[in-house]
Design a protein around this ligand. Structure first.
Ligand code: MN
Length: 208
């Protein structure tokens, strides 16, 4: 269960006019599956890190979403993801926008928490924040016209803690002198996700 006091705003097909964000915004997506070319984008969740979550539900036909695209494409706004590689590919595929610059809590975890191979969002929230995240709705039907409260709460919980995780992981990156390496990796995610969409999704081009 999420103990955080949260407020969920559900929007259809786009963010409303007049919302503005500064600094860094937490972003996550929910799709029908793990293949961007096959599995459509259903939800985009955003949070400024203040306990409020905006969920944009896409109907699958209208991906115009000018307000959402303006936020995701804002070069002055850092987008915080957990596993940015997937979200960037999906956002590029359906919204035709590059969600950069970005910060990825999964990459930062892999570069700092080398004492474990558990880098899931649930693992990070438990260890770094003492927050127990439910993953019960992870594989539910995100394409449903009416989402359940359990689905909305789950979708919201994926962005509620990313600011706090970023702060903890930044301290760990600095402690180990790995912030420059992390930043170079974050920049590369844009290319990595484009390569996923272009057909190099299962190949490590750095491998021998
Ligand atoms: Mn999610």
């Amino acid at each position: 269960m999420v103990t955080h006091e949260q407020k969920i705003h559900l929007h259809k097909n786009d963010l409303p006019e007049g919302l503005s964000f500064t600094g860094a915004i937490a972003v996550d997506t929910e799709t029908l599956g793990l293949k961007p070319s096959r599995d459509r984008l259903c939800l985009v969740q955003l949070s400024a890190g203040d306990g409020e979550v905006h969920i944009v539900q896409m109907d699958g036909e209208n991906y115009d979403a000018p307000n959402l695209k303006a936020v995701l494409g804002d070069r002055a706004l850092v987008k915080i993801f957990h596993y940015a590689r997937f979200d960037l590919a999906v956002i590029a595929q359906y919204l035709n926008v590059h969600a950069a610059p970005l910060w990825c809590t999964k990459i930062a975890s892999k570069l700092t928490r080398t004492y474990t191979d558990r880098h899931g969002l649930k693992d990070l929230c438990r260890e770094l924040l003492g927050v127990d995240l439910s993953k019960a709705q992870q594989s539910s039907d995100w394409g449903a016209a009416e989402l359940s409260d359990a689905q909305l709460n789950y979708a919201a919980s994926d962005v509620l803690h990313l600011h706090a995780l970023k702060e903890k992981l930044e301290t760990m990156l600095d402690r180990e002198g790995r912030r420059p390496m992390a930043e170079a990796c974050f920049d590369f995610v844009l290319v990595r996700s484009a390569m996923d969409l272009a057909g190099w999704d299962d190949m490590d081009i750095f491998a021998h």
